[in-house]
Design a protein around this ligand. Sequence first.
Ligand SMILES: *Cc1c(COP(=O)(O)O)cnc(C)c1O
Length: 454
Amino acid sequence: MTMDMRKIPKVDELLRRPGLAALPAVPAAEAVRQELDELRQGMLAGEIQEVPEAEELERRILDRARRNAMPSLRGVINGTGVALHTNLGRACLSEEAARAAYDVARSYSTLEYDVEKGARGLRYTHVEPLLCRLTGAEAAMVVNNNAAAVLLILSALAAGGEVITSRGELVEIGGSFRVPDIMEACGCRLREVGTTNRTHLSDYEKAIGEETKALLKVHTSNFRVVGFTESVPLADLTALAHERGLPMVEDLGSGSLVDLETFGIHGEPTVQASVRAGVDIVSFSGDKLLGGPQAGIILGSREWIAKLRRHPLTRAMRVDKMTLAALEATLRSYADGTAMEQVPVLRMLGTEPEQLRGRAEMLCGLLTKAGVRAEVVPEQDQVGGGSVPTQLLPTWAVAVTPTCGTLESLERALRRRERPIVGRIAHDRYLLDVRTLNQEDFAAIAAAVTECAL
Ligand SMILES: *Cc1c(COP(=O)(O)O)cnc(C)c1O
């Protein structure tokens, strides 16, 4: 093994180089130390044989200092076309919701203060009337996310007993949320009925016994069993539960307030339909198809919601004021009938293919004018966020062929920018799907792609 650690330059020596001397002292020293540590470790592990030239080291240290200075959590330009991209933060808030969160973050608020009475108020009263009005539910509360909501519901209703669920609904959501594991964590036993593809009402009927505390229906958000299938309609299941004096619980997952048939998406249930079917408790996410902040929304009868509010876990899952502010503003858009224009997820899903094509042509025009090889191509999008797994929406994308470097190096360079641009490689081209892009970013996107592709 030939390695010479003595050839590694001294920290001070590097810091005197012009590029690094121009940086503030603390971040410069930090970047030098990190780079040299990595180099030493690489040499010890035998992965690096030679110490790079000082110029090369300086270039790497400057790049590292630049990356160190960026916030780790920062805005991204989403060119994937996936409106609810879980890795990219799921739903974008509406302007109204973002402003409401900003305002409430910067000042004291009425979070738990009743201004009429001058006395302590409840944090849930800000959104409960809106949720009830929009869905027809009797009562509502909000926790941190839907996983927390399901955990709370099962803990409060079924600890020590059995919960009956169809084998076809034992889902795993990304990030290790698995229905059987959640049941175990809540101290209740899962009683599986039916088969993967078919479950009948009689399967539930036969399984109900002394130990049964609830029937649970889980929306199979991120997968579909197709072919020879049968599941029990929610209204029938609810009727059975009530006949036996049991609560009917539903984990709705996405929880859309609008019928997605409007966007040509079939078979996705609405929250209102579950309430109408008479379920006792239903929960869903705030940041999936609703298009609001991360939250777990729980709707149900006054008695059950009161019971949930008193449960000790509720305090541990308490929803934050910024979340509540953003959620209230989002729900107001629905109540005012402006959700289709204001809530980004609905706007993105509702954009007509012809309009998307026009936008793709606009972005493509900026690129070709700058000399980039680009063209407009038809594509198909997933909705994402574990919603609507088997239906694709027609869309348009700009396909870029780099004239310098490879597709991979283009993808990487765009992804590593201060405002990362995330696209994808398909059919030997780099694709930017316009469904999830903002038109006001087009100039910046075109400039970045031009810089990296030429
Ligand atoms: C997404 C989802 C969850 C988890 O919701 P979070 O808001 O991400 O915690 C639970 N159940 C179903 C069916 C889901 O689709």
